[in-house]
Design a protein around this ligand. Sequence first.
Ligand SMILES: *Cc1c(COP(=O)(O)O)cnc(C)c1O
Length: 814
Amino acid sequence: MLRNKEAFKEAFVTKLQSMFGKSISDASVTDKYVALARVMRDNISMDWVQSNDQYTEKEEKQMYYFSMEFLLGKFLDMYLINMGLKETCQEALSELGISLEELEKEEPDPGLGNGGLGRLAACFMESLAALQLPGHGCGIRYKYGLFEQRILDNNQAELPDNWLKDGYVWEFRKPDKAVEVHFGGNIRMEEQDGRLNCIHENYEAVAAVPYDVPIIGYRNNNVNTLRLWNAESINDTFDLASFNRGEYLQAMEYRASVGMISKILYPQDNFYEGRLLRLKQQYFFTSAGLQSIVRRFKKKYEDIRLLPDKVAIHINDTHPAVAVPELMRLLMDQEGLGWDAAWDITRRTISYTNHTIMPEALETWPIDMFKQLLPRIYMIVHEINEQFCKELWKQYPGNWDRIANMAIIADGLIHMARLSVVGSYSVNGVAAIHTDILKNHIMADYNQFYPGKFNNKTNGITHRRWLVKANPKLSALLNETIGETWVYNPMDLKELSKHADDKRVLEQLRRVKQNNKKALAKYIKDQNGVTVDPNSLFDVQIKRIHSYKRQILNLLHIMDLYNRLQENPDLDIVPRTFIFAGKAAPGYYIAKQTIKLACTMAAKINNDKRIKDKLKVLFLENYSVSLGEVVFPGADLSEQISTASKEASGTGNMKFMMNGAVTIGTMDGANVEIRQEVGDENIFIFGLTSDQVFDYYNRGGYNAWDVYNNDLRLKTVMEQLSSDYLGVDRGEFQPLYSYLLHNNDEFFVLKDFSAYAKAQSDVDLAYRDKDAWAKKSLQNIANSGIFSSDRTIMEYAEDIWKIWPVNVLGKRKK
Ligand SMILES: *Cc1c(COP(=O)(O)O)cnc(C)c1O
């Protein structure tokens, strides 16, 4: 249908006419964007139907990935690339006098996630389709995604992200596939045919309406489904006018409260949000998703006992952990199975990924809150816990401590991670070191009790978005140098290593990086009004602002460098441009002060003529997938400096590496594996190890004041922080100072400062040798293939889900 340029042009012009009654000359940019997207949508829907039909016909096992967040990014360009239509489209439009790039700007960037966890889910969707695997997503269609960040007077301001305001062309509303989700009420037991049945009464019913987004495979005919649920009142067309006043108000209140469920994404990353509405959101999409899966399953199969053979359900962290009791409820109360059969099926269907070991991020729900909102689900969790504790007692008779530490319900709280471990057949961590910590520290008891259940699946990123789409210049160079097979098989990037000493390739690589840095410099000039030199070293830390990620360590080091430059403006250092971006949760005071510190330092340093442009500091507003696509290709140095043991994996580290940035980082998360891949000479590792961190936590012996008193350079910057030195009111940054010193520096910022400064001076020296640096960059790219989410997804598919590729035959092709 869109095989060639002419067909593309015709389809586009026809669509513009039929949708808007306009010709190209009077159509707005928005009209043209919508028309183009609609042409593609028509094209996609044919493959989509084929995929679903063939998945069903062939009775293939399906996987459903439940995630409260999907940080999707824009789709237009990605879809064109995957459909193999990018060049055709570009040429067709350009002959009509239209720039594809301009149309792309019209697309909203759906920010239905906070950070790494949500972006991982999006990368997984892309890889599943590319690998022809029948794997789908299940989530929430938040009306407002993650807030839009603006910097006003050096402070973060949050604006609502009304991403749906002009409609979203890639979603398909499916009202006929809606289901009901029930909250509150009470449970009555009733005997029927000698069986005790649970009757749920007086509940509040909410309609869950799916909006499906197609996920298109790379140059195949597979189109999978991301199903996002919208909460609506049961009868939204009900004639409200016929109510008397009291009922009218009640009806309106009901409507408003229902609407709230899918209204907002909670803006916290790696932090537990304990509000009732959050639990409502969790049960809402989990129940809706499971109901629709069971319904679809029953259309095809008679025996519900076959569920684990035909369906895999994966929960991304504990946010959808109510899937365990909800599937039990469906199997028992709806399908009529007894407890043991239901439990057996549930535990062979659900698998779970743990994303964090930080206590402040682990989810627990107060029994009373949980019981009131989900009375039937509470009964089931209670019974799961009873039976589990009995098993524990058998294994560890008399060992009350151990049993209390493992019980799902303890201290008036329901522990969702424990529920997830007990109710699933596989628990995985997201990087080798993280899985190791799970198995040997945080969940050691469970690992002993369930030998073989714990496993590692190191995270990955889709190289099609983060390299092919984001960095076309590097992609072209790779194609020229090592051929094009790496797009299908990212491990083929290794071929690039053979050119590590080829001066010509190194020179071309440098030129690509230089061009990407120029593009980034232009973005910075447009957005921040600051001129930066593309010849300076672009040193980048972009990620959520969080104490454990230690943006402050980076900032303290910059202050120190600045001090040294002021003492000696001729100090021999490589000129650097420090680039920050990241959102702080609106209620996270320390994180917001960190942003303020970065922006305040930027204002002071960028305007200081004495230091001869050797230092620039930038804070880029509104980190999002789209901003990342501009920044990663232009980075020289990737800052991955979390306190060892705290960053489960990180995926930003992989995006940088794949785009040829060299990492400065701690032995944390996937940095450990990045080091293994590139070798010590192509990475800058520093700081405490996770074992040392655990030792300090367990045995004490760390005193932040000692470090402060013994390091004059550090002491100086700390005192500057608490004074009016930065041109702010004295006391403005006192909270940061106190946080570091008086709380004894729980993330070891002071402790790691000198090792970090040393590693940074090693970077400075290394960057001076242009060829040597280009070679490091090349080795990072060449060894990044293993961090493609294709590899990650292949491991999940084979080891956990047991799903296999389905070659969808496209009727229309040929
Ligand atoms: C990759 C990505 C992240 C995760 O970054 P980390 O450095 O791993 O924390 C967060 N936000 C966005 C928009 C991303 O693309």
